[in-house]
Design a protein around this ligand. Structure first.
Ligand code: MN
Length: 284
């Protein structure tokens, strides 16, 4: 279900644009970003490239494994929930393959970590930390700094395991933070919002149909792909309602999912209106 937005399927692994300026060699990381959601992906790529890192992207765990087989990365940012192969499964497979090579590629999970046991599962399969969604710049910088210092200290061929998992929390984000995150770039925010807004009608149809057909798996998928961008857009109320739909469906309680969806719909429209207003504001 790569084409959730109806967009044609992208090639397996896309190499990010070349860095326009040469970054300080030892503070630039080669990062593999595995993320199925377009808005989340664009945002993460933008944040990483702004910091001078080189980013390759994979759209699911299977593609991430292919990229990891073909290239060495300083860090993998791994979404947990992805179609075809999720982040947990992909990390488990990577760690298994590393038993032979003796290499340890750092993997940091990107997840809302709201499901009980998520954190434990991430660490159990050998992930090195987690970054909460929506991505917060300070948390991202902490993670990047940690792996930059590891890269400086170690021979990349050496078997090295970073110490403790990275503890990161969640934070409420307002318009100022949202814009700060994008370097005040309203134009880029507008681009992301437009992408999201265009996807919404078809996603709402899919979720409505799935609820009617008691297709819990589809409800979970669609609610999840709505929740991620909403959280990244700081639309916390709409994101919370999408989460409610997602988790009710995950628990098999489609009545609750249905009720939550009724409140979600108007909230989504309000969120989109608010985001559009932010995009159109002129810098004073
Ligand atoms: Mn995902």
């Amino acid at each position: 279900m790569l084409g959730a937005s109806g967009v044609s399927q992208p090639p397996a692994v896309v190499t990010g644009p070349k860095l326009s300026e040469t970054p300080e060699r030892d503070s630039a990381l080669k990062v593999l970003l595995a993320e199925d959601n377009e808005v989340n992906r664009k945002l993460a790529v933008r944040l990483l490239e702004k910091r001078g890192h080189h980013v390759d992207v994979a759209f699911n765990g299977r593609e991430a494994l292919i990229a990891l087989r073909n290239s060495h990365y300083d860090l993998v940012l791994m979404d947990v929930q992805m179609p075809e192969m999720g982040g947990i499964e992909a990390t488990a497979a990577l760690r298994a393959s590393e038993l032979e090579s003796g290499r340890h590629t750092p993997v940091v999970a990107m997840t809302a970590l709201v499901m009980k046991g998520d954190r434990e599962r991430c660490l159990a399969v050998g992930m090195d930390g987690y970054l909460s969604k929506p991505i917060h710049t300070q948390e991202l910088d902490n993670v990047l700094e940690k792996f930059i210092s590891i890269k400086r200290k170690i021979d990349p061929e050496q078997k090295a395991h970073p110490n403790a998992p990275i503890e990161v929390g969640t934070e409420t984000i307002d318009e100022n933070v949202l814009l700060f995150r994008l370097g005040g770039d309203r134009e880029f925010l507008a681009e992301l919002v437009t992408l999201f807004r265009e996807d919404c009608p078809s996603m709402m149809i899919r979720i409505r149909t799935a609820l009617r057909q008691h297709d819990a798996a589809e409800v979970i998928r669609v609610a999840h792909s709505l929740r991620g961008p909403l959280a990244n857009f700081s639309a916390s109320s709409a994101a919370a309602l999408a989460a409610k739909v997602e988790y009710a469906a995950a628990a098999g309680d489609l009545n609750t999912a249905n009720a939550a969806f009724s409140s979600f719909e108007p909230e989504l429209l309000r969120a989109i209106d608010a985001l559009s207003a932010i995009c159109e504001e002129r810098v004073p």
